[in-house]
Design a protein around this ligand. Structure first.
Ligand SMILES: Nc1ncnc2c1ncn2[C@@H]1O[C@H](COP(=O)(O)OP(=O)(O)OP(=O)(O)O)[C@@H](O)[C@H]1O
Length: 301
């Protein structure tokens, strides 16, 4: 049984009359990669701010390494939070950030940081305020990875990072995690890109937890059937369809649930292809179909 590093009980955050995080209960286990997913305004950043002691809850509590984060500096030393728009002191250049980082993170690996700096082609001496948007994100990503903090939060860390840079991030994260396991919480809207990285999904909607499940189980909870539109339509006629895609005569339809063996055989006989569901498609379905267009747009961006 793996160790629990975070335990949230009835965790609640209100802003005036508005409840951003509504009595959520969840745990995060040691050495696992979590996807904290959900639509804009769902409450993801607020939850991460509560867990890292940047906000106080109005009700409930969060225990991080068995303690309340804001009140125990030794807890904070084990945390790394990379925000979407990380701020740095005026007149800092990246080299100042990497020089200061070991003071905050006791597991900081300078050699790893240097390798990442080369990977991301980050100019070390250029003032941070003159960096491009993607370069600024790279600074945060490097700090988050090289910190090797036992509990690391990446909140949409890659604004402006190009596709190559994002894949460097994913590859390095996985390689390093294999050698230095830790708990990582990744919040992102690029769900399909990170789907293979995630071991556990926590899906938030309007401040509440909609799904808290092992990623493999989530993937296995629906099936995509692809092939000629007429054949697919006939095959899925009486089944719970949760998503439809396709062009021209080809269709790819996702249904809720697994297919049993006789259905699998019938699908094969009809020349249909069965594929595991896309995590993004499932999440779009769970949090409202009107999200479909926007997430696809983001993923392509
Ligand atoms: N300081 C604040 N005052 C009032 N409302 C706030 C404040 N901070 C956040 N909120 C509201 O709380 C809700 C949750 O915000 P949060 O930033 O946690 O969402 P999110 O899931 O991270 O969204 P996104 O994916 O867009 O980053 C939103 O509706 C937001 O407008």
């Amino acid at each position: 049984m793996s160790q629990i590093v975070v335990k949230a009980t009835g965790l609640t955050k209100r802003y005036g009359q508005f409840t951003a995080v509504d009595a959520v209960d969840f745990t995060l286990a040691e050495n696992r990669i979590y996807g904290l997913l959900g639509r804009n305004g769902a409450g993801k950043t607020t939850i991460m701010q509560l867990l890292t002691g940047q906000l106080f809850p109005n009700a409930g509590e969060a225990e991080v390494f068995g303690r309340t984060p804001a009140e125990h500096s030794d807890v904070l030393r084990n945390l790394c939070f990379i925000a979407e728009s990380q701020r740095y002191p005026e007149d800092f250049a990246p080299r100042h950030v990497f020089k200061a980082a070991p003071w905050f993170f006791e597991n900081w690996d300078q050699a790893f940081a240097e390798r990442l700096i080369a990977d991301f082609r980050l100019p070390l001496k250029r003032p941070i305020k003159k960096l491009s948007r993607g370069q600024l994100s790279a600074v945060g990503v490097i700090v988050g990875l090289a910190s090797r903090a036992p509990l690391t939060f990446f909140d949409e860390p890659y604004l402006g990072l190009d596709a190559v840079a994002r894949h460097i991030f994913y590859d390095r994260l996985l390689e390093d995690y294999a050698e230095h396991p830790r708990t990582i919480v990744l919040s992102t809207h690029l769900i399909d890109e990170v789907a293979n990285l995630l071991e556990h999904i926590i899906l938030i909607d309007q401040g509440r937890i909609l799904l808290d499940r092992d990623a493999e189980e989530v993937r296995g909870s629906a099936t995509t059937i692809a092939g000629p539109r007429a054949v697919v339509d006939q095959f899925v006629a009486d089944r719970p369809v949760i998503g439809t895609e396709g062009i021209g005569g080809l269709a790819s339809v996702t249904i809720d649930g697994r297919l049993e063996q006789p259905d699998r055989i019938r699908a094969a006989e009809l020349g249909l292809e069965l594929a595991p569901v896309s995590l993004q498609q499932l999440i779009v379905h769970l949090t409202g179909a009107d999200l479909a267009g926007s997430t696809e747009g983001e993923a392509a961006a």
